[in-house]
Design a protein around this ligand. Structure first.
Ligand code: DQA
Length: 162
């Protein structure tokens, strides 16, 4: 029988990498009717505070460059217990990001502010979701928090995680 204390996933020491793709540096001014009024820094700071209160360290980055995101994903193995990825437009185009995710043993949740499935047809396909443990879309900044909850659930289900 395996025993596990309640709240294992909340024990200190968990690290989550949050990666944000192109144009998300312009949140707050970019299409606010679609993406809201909050800046990426505001959203990430709130997520980091949410994680901190649960013993999870949130490290976040943003890049407009596909290769930089690929490099960061590759470097995540061994350094992070989980990943949240909003690939932005690369969701719909990037075999390179998909391959990078498939090549690391770091559970990843795909997150989107908007709900791509309810938008233009070219946004309906995600190349990256199939190599993630799950996807959260359409809840604005809350999508990131729900993605973090999903990772914590996964760690608990695995009985202690990495
Ligand atoms: C997005 C959705 C993508 O289709 C779009 O290209 C983005 C943002 C979102 O968070 O809703 O840049 O990933």
């Amino acid at each position: 029988m395996q025993e596990r204390a309640e709240g294992d996933a909340e024990r200190p020491g968990r690290r989550v990498l949050v990666l944000n793709g192109p144009n998300l540096d312009r949140l707050g001014t970019r299409e606010p009717a679609v993406y809201g009024a909050r800046t990426l820094a505001q959203i990430m700071d709130a997520l980091a505070a949410y994680g901190r209160a649960r013993g999870v360290e949130v490290v976040w980055r943003q890049s407009n460059h596909e290769g930089e995101l690929v490099t960061w994903i590759g470097e995540s193995e061994g350094a992070f217990d989980g990943m949240i990825l909003n690939p932005a437009a690369y969701t719909h185009t990037s075999v390179a990001l998909r391959d990078a995710l498939a090549g690391v043993r770091v559970p990843c949740v795909e997150a989107h502010l908007s709900n791509p499935a309810a938008r233009e047809p070219f946004r309906h396909r995600s190349l990256t979701a199939g190599v993630c443990i799950g996807q959260v879309s359409g809840f604005g900044p809350e999508s990131y928090r729900l993605a973090l909850e999903g990772l914590m659930e996964r760690w608990n289900a695995e009985g202690g995680g990495t």
